[in-house]
Design a protein around this ligand. Structure first.
Ligand code: PMT
Length: 279
């Protein structure tokens, strides 16, 4: 495997391109080059691929992932929402986006066409994933419904605000003379329930973030929201839930409940995608 990096003139030269074609004919894998600033100061093609992309390409060659989701379109919601109180303040939550981003990355690796509807986070979007960035629950609803029109399945891992300020101020509220001790809230639309209402014979999987009675509350959510399965996670544990790299979860569906061991979020993502395949 080679990751060529050179000046754009050299890269585009017919001799180089002919040599690259020969290498490909001999089954040499080529990563990049990318585009952007080159060592000589030009902005063009010839830049070495990012190290993460090279590592991923090496892993892909050494251990090819089965493309069992090829041709499937999956919508994934991830991250928190921020509900504005005024231009400075918002109501948010502790979701980092890691769980949903892991789902999007694994689904793309397995060949799916993924639309990730992602609330505010500083994390990177995985390679090959189309991302719609949103801030609020209503923006997330609109983007998820739009992407779901042509999708085969949806997985809702986002921590969506259940309530939003009824009338966000258009200026910074002053604590001296404006009311900040009471903010009138209105309920947001439940995106998971709405996708489940529209799904027909397509599949919709939701999450349940619980601190106690995890399985019991998840079973109630399964019935109330009308989805095909709920991934119940225990967000009271240090190794599970918001911001962690691992998760302790149960798969809750009408077929019954399956307890999973503590898994990394990419491992749990793969298990959820296996569930989608089985369903
Ligand atoms: O992002 P991380 O830091 O990795 O954390 C991962 C996670 C804990 C956020 C994730 O694993 C998780 O549990 N996501 C769901 C969080 C949540 O809001 O749970 P809930 O029990 O309040 O909601 C149940 C389901 O309804 C969820 O699928 C949620 O996306 C959905 N929902 C809720 C309210 C709403 N208005 N619209 C929704 O779609």
């Amino acid at each position: 495997m080679i990751a060529p990096a050179m000046n754009n003139g050299m890269w585009k030269a017919p001799a180089t391109q002919a040599n690259m074609a020969t290498l490909r004919e001999h089954d040499v894998h080529v990563v990049g080059p990318g585009s952007g600033y080159l060592a000589c100061g030009d902005v063009d093609t010839g830049r070495m691929s990012e190290p993460e992309d090279i590592v991923e390409a090496v892993c892909e060659v050494l251990n090819p992932v089965q493309q069992d989701l090829a041709g499937k379109r999956i919508v994934i919601t991830a991250g928190p929402t921020h509900e504005p109180i005024d231009p400075v303040r918002f109501i948010g939550n502790r979701s980092s986006g890691k769980m949903g981003i892991a789902l999007a990355g694994e689904a793309a690796r397995r060949g799916a066409v993924v639309t990730l509807v992602l609330g505010p986070t500083s994390l990177d979007v995985p390679r090959g994933v189309e991302c719609v960035h949103v801030q609020t629950a209503s923006e997330m609803l609109k983007a998820a419904l739009s992407a779901f029109q042509t999708a085969d399945a949806a997985v809702c891992a986002a921590a969506v605000a259940d309530y939003t300020p009824a009338a966000p101020a258009d200026h910074k509220l002053k604590k001296a003379n404006e009311r900040l001790d009471r903010i009138e809230l209105v309920e947001t639309v439940d995106i998971l329930a709405e996708l489940s209402r529209q799904k027909g014979d397509r599949l919709v999987i939701g999450f349940a973030a619980e601190t106690d009675n995890v399985v019991e509350y998840a079973e109630r959510k399964l019935t109330r929201k009308g989805c095909d399965a709920i991934i119940a996670n225990d967000v009271s544990r240090a190794d599970s839930g918001f911001g962690t790299d691992t998760n302790k979860a149960w798969i809750v569906s009408i077929a019954g409940t399956q307890e999973l061991p503590v898994l990394t979020k990419p491992q749990l993502a793969d298990t959820i995608l296996d569930l989608l395949q089985n369903l």
